[in-house]
Ligand binder design. Structure first.
Ligand SMILES: Nc1ncnc2c1ncn2[C@@H]1O[C@H](COP(=O)(O)OP(=O)(O)O)[C@@H](O)[C@H]1O
Ligand SMILES: O=C(CO)[C@@H](O)[C@H](O)COP(=O)(O)O
Length: 531
């Protein structure tokens, strides 16, 4: 089928931790469709919790790739049933939760190349994987991280090459663990994708390349030469370059959509698939930030990121190749205890209601009368620590707080940690900094008010919190021009963000002092000297 009559549109997918989301925009960037499939509730037979399988050691965390395929089947079927006209889509792109890896077996490519439109994708691809996918929450590869760092001359050297020191969730370290513990599976794996490039494979009907930006989250890509680092590859496993394929610019057009989608969903034959990237890089594109803006994503993970013209790697945080301009960069810092930890505290201390949660925030003073509570329900990334820690105004460790104090404590300490670690990465907050909030929790203005107070900066939102899916639409459109026009031209109709929270007068003094205490307490938790 050729392109449909009437105005064209673009599709952007987000294969994130708890769900797959899709947005469609028209040529003027108006959102014309938005829907999602949630793994836990829409596909309960995979028995996931928050989209993942937590293993008995509590640090190994995986997800079944066939679940992501079935979620895509369901999402597209629902769109079709709702009357969505796929023939208008001229280009599509997407995003995936970062760092997760998909292991394709030797028959997978043949299956992808010959997808039959009469049968669902998950039925055809169910036997195409050699194992479950380790995902970004996995913290089981500390030993492999040290090996990776040693192989290039230390943590700082690894950061200089790949943009980050060794991190447990980074894909190279995960691949090294598979090669060491499951050598047969490693050998039988023909191709290793990231979640993002795996999703692109489904639309392309072939193996798709890993893009530079998401590839920067692997401890394998040289962020300056944009090629795989020979030393890092060697530390991981033999023939790894063959299994990864070449990395590509993030705005690369990969080819036309597979005939499967033309025949089953009436996509037009010339609908283009543009390289998929990581969800945070896609969010950067979807927020269309101006110079100096800092984006805070409150999704399953919390992450703080910004556009950088030059790479400034260090021992804190990450530098990725920029997703919309491959000669520039982005800086990012990520926290594992984000929305799910906030939800736990809401369920335990606010009767499961976000309204009661907001009331507790309103009823408690800025600075929480000096009480600090630190909630690492799962092993945090920075610091690598687990547990709940409560301190009085005189730093005496307590076992509990009143309910409203617990609620304010979780939000204040999360925001202090985001501020402290972002400052370590060189980010600067102040009344003149626009903080752009996105992700599921960014609809909660009571949380955003605490963010504004702790950061001492105004917080802005746009009316589409799914910035990774929206950014994927923008990137699809940009990819059609193969990077020949600046991304800023593509997003010139992007809606202006609206300010929803400003820091109150007293906030700066209160949180400057509290952040100093938070930093010291976090260090004590990290080295086990808190009491
Ligand atoms: N009103 C709300 N207040 C705070 N958090 C919320 C609210 N509504 C949804 N959330 C949080 O949003 C999270 C999902 O965010 P989202 O960005 O969609 O995640 P992901 O992209 O990682 O799947 C949920 O885990 C939930 O806790
Ligand atoms: O590990 C990181 C970033 O380094 C996470 O941000 C993942 O990319 C998961 O994203 P969400 O599903 O929380 O959006």
């Amino acid at each position: 089928m050729a392109a449909g009559q009437g105005p064209s549109c673009y599709l952007g997918f987000d294969f994130s931790t708890q769900q797959i989301k899709v947005i469609a925009i028209d040529d003027n960037l108006n959102v014309i469709h938005e829907s999602a499939v949630k793994f836990d509730t829409d596909l309960p037979h995979y028995k996931t919790q928050g989209g993942v399988h937590i293993h008995t050691d509590n640090v190994t965390i995986t997800a079944p790739p066939v679940m992501w395929v079935e979620a895509l089947d369901l999402l597209l079927d629902r769109m079709k049933a709702s009357g969505f006209d796929f023939s208008k889509v001229v280009a599509l792109s997407g995003a995936g939760q970062q760092h997760g890896s998909v292991y394709w077996n030797g028959c997978a490519r043949e299956t992808l190349n010959n997808l039959q439109p009469g049968t669902s994708l998950h039925t055809q691809l169910k036997d195409s994987f050699t194992r479950e996918s380790p995902i970004w929450m996995d913290a089981s590869t500390t030993r492999q991280c040290r090996t990776m760092e040693d192989s290039v001359g230390g943590a700082m050297k690894l950061a200089e090459i790949t943009g980050s020191k060794g991190y447990e969730r980074f894909t190279g370290n995960q691949i090294m663990k598979v090669r060491q513990n499951e050598p047969d599976i490693y050998t039988n794996t023909e191709r290793i994708s990231l979640v993002s490039s795996f999703a692109a494979c489904l639309f392309l009907g072939d193996f798709a390349p890993i893009d530079y930006s998401d590839g920067s989250g692997m401890n394998l890509l040289d962020i300056r030469s944009r090629g795989w680092s020979e030393k890092c590859l060697q530390a991981c496993g033999n023939n790894l370059e063959e299994k990864l394929g070449h990395a590509c610019p993030s705005s690369q057009k990969l080819g036309g959509v597979s005939s499967y989608f033309v025949e089953r969903y009436s996509f037009c034959t010339d609908c283009q698939v543009v390289a998929f990237t990581g969800d945070n890089p896609a969010s950067l594109a979807g927020m269309a930030p101006c110079e100096g803006d800092i984006v805070v994503s409150l999704g399953t993970s919390d992450s703080v990121f910004l556009w950088l013209t030059e790479p400034t790697p260090g021992l804190d945080g990450h530098i990725f190749v920029n997703p919309v301009n491959s000669s520039q960069y982005m800086g990012l810092t990520c926290f594992k205890n984000g929305s799910l930890t906030r939800e736990n505290v809401k369920d335990e201390y606010a009767g499961g209601s976000w309204d009661t949660f907001a009331k507790h925030l309103a009823d408690t003073p800025l600075g929480n009368s000096g009480n600090i509570g630190i909630y690492f329900d799962v092993t945090e990334i920075q610091p690598v620590a687990c547990g709940r820690f409560r301190f009085s105004a005189s730093d005496k460790e307590l076992s509990s707080f009143p309910a409203s104090t617990e609620v304010r404590a979780v939000i204040e300490s999360q925001m202090m940690s985001r501020r402290v670690h972002s400052e370590n990465l060189g980010m600067k907050f102040g009344k003149g900094t626009r903080v752009l909030a996105t992700g599921g929790a960014s609809i909660n203005t009571s949380i955003l008010q605490v963010m504004a107070d702790v950061f001492n900066a105004p917080v802005f939102v746009t009316d589409v919190p799914n910035s990774a899916a929206l950014g994927s639409c923008y990137r699809a459109k940009h990819g059609l021009f193969e990077g020949n026009i600046p991304f800023s031209d593509i997003v010139k109709n992007h809606p202006e963000p609206v300010c929803v929270a400003r820091p109150v007068e007293a906030a700066e003094k209160i949180y400057d002092a509290l952040c100093d205490r938070y930093r010291a307490l976090e260090n004590q938790i990290a080295d086990g000297t808190h009491h």
